[in-house]
Design a protein around this ligand. Structure first.
Ligand SMILES: Nc1ncnc2c1ncn2[C@@H]1O[C@H](COP(=O)(O)OP(=O)(O)OP(=O)(O)O)[C@@H](O)[C@H]1O
Length: 338
């Protein structure tokens, strides 16, 4: 079966005005209008199957929102191919919109000055949802998201948590197969976060395909089965969240503050397969497998080779791994293989 989301060699370039500094620069720009080309998405190959829940993670400016905009058809790719449920999004935005729901944590699609229920009715008309389907869909969403009491309330009077639940319902009224979520739990308190995540898990269990961009590790761990990490417009990592979690269950690290710069080669030689990096001049980080050596043994080895002022032991989590994928310079300074 063909994947539901299929992007091949996807590229999006933006033109950015190039302006030299100062008044002369601004005036020159007015006359000559020079531009730089910026590749926000730089050759992405992504396939997402029906029913998958994929986290799309990466640092600020990595190209996450641009990818989602290409998938919704808001943006036209500079190069490459994209298909969502068989539709080329930018060629047929209306057909694509029928298959897709979109939720932005930082922006609402509810009409600000209307009661929530009125927005829902507008969406029913926009999507031409048949009356019986609408009643069923609204009934189910009202119940699971507990938004019955919110229907007569003006959107602008909702709390953030209430707004997010209403936004989720708005995105799902037309029963799309695919849901894109952009930071859906941002700013929510723990209770509401939990409810939103439980709801999303249920959606996935019922067969909806989810692509979720987030900086929140809890969203990734609790909702997603797969994680794709993007940086500078390129995919740096793609794999099951569970494998990552298992790999990290045994990962540990010790961070040292040193009195002098570290004899890196010597430390690497003594620590064998551990990963030794020097993020700062008098800083040393050793990552190792907890099942094969102890933090105490690592500390003793380092202390035998250089004077240590302070040290901190950390067990690694998915957040650390994503951070390391973002900083290939730290990752490439591997011991053994390096
Ligand atoms: N319309 C635009 N015109 C010019 N540059 C843009 C435009 N939209 C995005 N960019 C640039 O493209 C790059 C990727 O932006 P994008 O919004 O996709 O990142 P992101 O991964 O979603 O980041 P964040 O986590 O901050 O939301 C950034 O450098 C951004 O400044």
């Amino acid at each position: 079966m063909a994947p539901l989301i299929e992007a091949t060699g996807l590229v999006k370039e933006f033109r950015r005005p190039r302006r030299d500094s100062g008044l002369t620069g601004a005036l020159k720009h007015l006359v000559t209008r020079r531009f730089d080309i910026h590749r926000a998405v730089d050759g992405i190959d992504l396939r997402v199957g029906e029913g998958e829940s994929v986290a799309y993670a990466g640092p600020n400016g990595a190209g996450k929102s641009t990818t989602v905009k290409l998938l919704t058809g808001i943006l036209v790719p500079t190069a490459g191919e994209v298909r969502v449920a068989g539709v080329v999004p930018h060629r047929d935005r209306i057909a694509n919109a029928k298959n897709v729901g979109v939720v932005f944590g930082q922006r609402t699609q509810l009409w600000w000055d209307l009661p929530v229920g009125d927005t829902f009715e507008l969406l029913r008309d926009m999507y031409r949802i048949p009356a019986a389907d609408y009643r069923r869909s609204l009934g189910r969403l009202t119940e699971v998201l507990e938004i019955g009491p919110l229907l007569p309330v003006l959107a602008r009077k909702l709390s953030l948590g209430q707004r997010m639940r209403a936004d989720l319902a708005a995105a799902l009224l037309h029963q799309p197969h695919i849901l894109y979520l952009d930071e859906p739990t941002i700013g929510l308190d723990l209770d509401v976060k939990d409810r939103v995540r439980t709801f999303l898990r249920q959606l996935v269990a019922d067969g909806t395909t989810i692509l979720l961009t987030t900086h929140d590790i809890g969203d990734i761990e609790e909702v997603c089965g797969r994680i794709v990490v993007i940086d500078e417009g390129r995919i740096r990592h793609d794999g099951p969240v569970e494998v990552l979690r298992d790999a990290l269950a045994s990962a540990s690290s010790v961070r040292f503050q040193l009195s002098a710069s570290a004899p890196l080669d010597l430390i690497r030689e003594r620590l064998g397969d551990a990963e030794v990096t020097a993020p700062g001049e008098r800083e040393l980080v050793v990552r190792f497998d907890r099942t094969t050596r102890t933090a105490g043994a690592v500390a003793a080895t380092v202390m035998g080779l250089v004077e240590v002022r302070d040290l901190r032991i950390n067990d690694e989590g998915i957040a650390d791994l994503i951070r390391r994928i973002h900083r290939p310079d730290e990752v490439t300074a591997r011991s053994g293989a390096a």
